[in-house]
Design a protein around this ligand. Structure first.
Ligand code: ZN
Length: 275
C-alpha cells in the first residue's frame, strides 16, 4: 500500500502506436471508431470496477521475474502518447495466468494533468492520478500482429499509482524521463528490476476480458488490475507531466492520456480476494 505523505511490446506496430489518434478533439476517443473499427466493440477497456458487484474466483498470477538475466535491456521512449519502457528479448522470463504463459514486452503509463484524474480504470467511478500497464504477449503466438487477433493474445497488468513517498524501485525510469521530454526521444535504462514493475501484493486483483485502451482497441487482452497501488512522489509525477508531443497546435503536454471507461456489455468482473 502507498504511504501517503501529503494529505491528500518490444513494441510492434500492432500493440503500439499510430499518430492517427489523440486524446482530445476530432481525433479523440469519441471518434477513434471511425478509423479503428474495433474501438466500437463490445468488450472494450478500460472499465469502471464496482468492487461490490464483482464475484470471487481463485486465480493465481505466477512469474519467475526474480531470475532476471544480467543482460536484459530496457529502452525508455516518448512515443507521443505515453512514456513506454520496451523490455529487450526476455528469454526465459514469463508470467503464468489463466492457464497460459505470457512473456513481458513493455510497460507504459497513463496520467492526468492534475492529481484528480489520470488512471484509465476507475474504482466506483474514482480515478487515481496515474496507472501503469505492464504488457505481456502470449507465448503461443510468434508475433504481436498474430497475438492481437486472439482473445488470449495479451496479458496486461494494471497498477494504480498514487502520490506520496518517492518510489526507489521506479527511480531508474523516472530519472530517465528527463531525457525523453520530446516526442520520439529514447534513453537506455540500467538497473531496472522487472519484478518491481508490479506491486508487492500480487495475489489480490480484479480480472476481466477486455481490449487495448488505445487504437486499434483489439479485444485481445486478459486484464488484471491489482488491488494495491504503487506510490510515486509529486516530483516523479511532474516528470511524467513534463513530457511533450507534437499536437495539432505545436508541441503540447501529453497529460490526460487516458481513455474514458467503456460499457461492460454483460461482462463479469471477478476478484481473487474478500472485500
Ligand atoms: Zn495502457
Amino acid at each position: 500500500m502507498c504511504r501517503v505523505v501529503a494529505l491528500v511490446l518490444a513494441c510492434s506496430a500492432a500493440i503500439c502506436m499510430s499518430s492517427d489518434w489523440s486524446y482530445d478533439g476530432d481525433s479523440g476517443p469519441e471518434n477513434w471508431y471511425k478509423k479503428f473499427q474495433f474501438c466500437a466493440g463490445k468488450r472494450q477497456s478500460p472499465i469502471d470496477i464496482l468492487p461490490a458487484e464483482t464475484t470471487v474466483e481463485k486465480r493465481k498470477l505466477q512469474n519467475n521475474y526474480y531470475n532476471q538475466p544480467e543482460n536484459l535491456t530496457f529502452v525508455l521512449k516518448n512515443n507521443g502518447h505515453s512514456a513506454q519502457v520496451d523490455i529487450g528479448n526476455a528469454t526465459g522470463l514469463y508470467s503464468n495466468a489463466f492457464g497460459q504463459t505470457f512473456k513481458p514486452v513493455q510497460v507504459h503509463f497513463h496520467w492526468g494533468r492534475n492529481d484528480s484524474v489520470g488512471s484509465e480504470h476507475t474504482i466506483n467511478g474514482s480515478q487515481y492520478p496515474a496507472e501503469m500497464h505492464f504488457v505481456h504477449m502470449n507465448k503461443k503466438y510468434s508475433t504481436a500482429e498474430e497475438a492481437v487477433k486472439n482473445q488470449d493474445g495479451l496479458l496486461v497488468l494494471g497498477t494504480f499509482i498514487t502520490i506520496g513517498i518517492e518510489s526507489s524501485e521506479f527511480k531508474p525510469i523516472f530519472d530517465a524521463l528527463e531525457e525523453v521530454e520530446g516526442e520520439g526521444e529514447t534513453k537506455a535504462i540500467d538497473a531496472l528490476k522487472i519484478v518491481n514493475l508490479m506491486p508487492d501484493n500480487k495475489k489480490e486483483f480484479y480480472f476481466y476480458n477486455g481490449s487495448l485502451t488505445t487504437p486499434g482497441c483489439n479485444q485481445a487482452v486478459k486484464w488484471i488490475v491489482f488491488k494495491d497501488e504503487i506510490c510515486i512522489s509529486a516530483l516523479q509525477m511532474e516528470k511524467l507531466r513534463a513530457l511533450k508531443h507534437h499536437g495539432d497546435k505545436g508541441e503540447a503536454s501529453i497529460s490526460n492520456n487516458f481513455r474514458p471507461t467503456q460499457a461492460l456489455n454483460g461482462r463479469k468482473v471477478k476478484r481473487t480476494f474478500s472485500l
